[in-house]
Design a protein around this ligand. Structure first.
Ligand code: AP5
Ligand code: MG
Length: 207
């Protein structure tokens, strides 16, 4: 199975991708996690990420291509593609083999609390939230015991910019996949639990 998750920052891509990957035995490829964990990034590249701008398409293509090459089973892409050029690059790299896109639709008013309250494991990238998904022990990852941190781009100021980038560059990709009839939408508002959303994903993947 080949799956692409799309949605604005904080819509739950990483949270659901981890559950889907575990249940369907897929490799979870999060371009955000790959970038944050890359020790070879320059200061300029780190500044781009921390400000909420996008890394150039050609660099992202190299990262994703080399990851897909080592992936012999199914995969789930989280955070890629997020420009029309990236969407076309992905289709070329896959030689037009098919993939399912799931779009996480959320009321934007819910994103600020989600993002500013998020805690991320510095070791295994597990995702928590101070209020809605607190870890059992404060600032310690339930999964691996690693330290929980706030991402540098999870600030009130940066979120506005990340949403602008989303509207300018990624929303057209959502439209593009919708027109190609490969995109299914799920509402991921706070009124639904993480488990409820996963049940809806499972229904879509059943076909
Ligand atoms: P990336 O890491 O991909 O960030 P993002 O797209 O902004 O998305 P987030 O990770 O912030 O949100 P999410 O949808 O994963 O939500 P989560 O599950 O954590 O990218 C970061 C940066 O890297 C980019 O800005 C860019 O600079 C660069 N980059 C990455 N890919 C790139 C590319 N392709 N091209 C160019 N540049 C690229 O959930 C959020 C919170 O909500 C959590 O606390 C969670 O616990 C909580 N939550 C989840 N579900 C629920 C629920 N149902 N109810 C209540 N709370 C919930
Ligand atoms: Mg994420």
């Amino acid at each position: 199975m080949h799956l692409v998750l799309m949605g604005p920052p904080g819509s739950g891509k990483g949270t659901q991708a981890k559950i889907i990957a575990q249940n369907f035995n897929l490799e979870h490829i999060s371009t955000g996690d790959l970038l944050r964990k890359n020790p070879n990034l320059s200061k300029e590249q780190r500044d781009i990420i921390n400000s909420g701008d996008f890394i150039p398409d050609n660099m992202m293509l190299e990262i994703v291509k080399s990851k897909l090459e080592t992936c012999h089973g199914g995969w789930i892409l989280d955070g890629y593609p997020r420009t029309l050029t990236q969407a076309k690059n992905l289709q070329d790299a896959l030689q037009n083999s098919t993939f399912q896109v799931i779009y996480f639709d959320i009321d934007e008013g819910e994103l600020l609390d989600r993002i500013t309250g998020r805690l991320t494991c510095s070791n295994c990238d597990s995702i928590f939230h101070k209020k809605t998904k607190p870890p059992i022990k404060e600032n310690i990852c339930d999964n691996c015991g690693g330290a929980l941190i706030h991402r540098k781009d999870d600030t009130k100021e940066t979120i506005k910019h990340r949403l602008e980038a989303y509207h300018n560059y990624t929303a057209p990709v959502v439209k593009y996949f919708k027109e190609k009839n490969v995109l299914a939408s799920i509402s991921t508002d706070n009124s639904k639990s993480i488990d409820q959303i996963f049940d809806e994903v499972r229904e879509i993947l059943k076909g």
